[in-house]
Design a protein around this ligand. Structure first.
Ligand code: ZN
Length: 137
């Protein structure tokens, strides 16, 4: 594959209407969502001994930040038997990429995005535009 073919393949595999590719998946795809927050907050209350005060409960944003800190490698998806969603590369290690719509205003709250599973080279391309090293000129 040469540079032109690579770029054309990535463009062809970018979902129509979702032109913005970003490294990583939204918190909701990692189950850092409102339901998880409420479950966590409920546990915080349930785990208080009789007679003790409930400590300050974190906000939803603080909860999501805590979960992100606990799992810094969450967007490293590990080995997959599927081909890369962007370039079609053979099975291997995959990384989270999200395709966002042109109108991103309420995309997160409406779940209006497409999650993708990509090879390390496509992750680099999405993140900083670096082309895979083994492409022909
Ligand atoms: Zn790829």
């Amino acid at each position: 594959m040469n540079i032109k073919e690579y770029e054309e393949t990535v463009a062809a595999n970018t979902p129509e209407g979702y032109p913005y590719l970003v490294a990583g998946w939204p918190d909701e795809e990692h189950d850092y969502d409102w339901c998880a927050y409420i479950d966590w907050a409920r546990d915080e209350v349930d785990n208080v001994y009789e007679g003790e005060d409930v400590g300050p409960i974190q906000t939803f944003d603080q909860f999501k930040a805590m979960r992100r800190d606990e799992n810094p490698d969450r967007d490293d998806l590990g080995f997959s038997h599927e081909n890369c969603d962007l370039c079609g590369d053979a099975p291997g290690d995959r990384y989270a990429v999200t395709a966002w719509p042109e109108d991103m205003g309420n995309a997160v709250s409406q779940g209006d995005y497409i999650v993708m599973s990509c090879c390390a080279e496509c992750l680099q391309y999405v993140a900083n535009g670096a082309l895979p090293h083994d492409l022909e000129d």
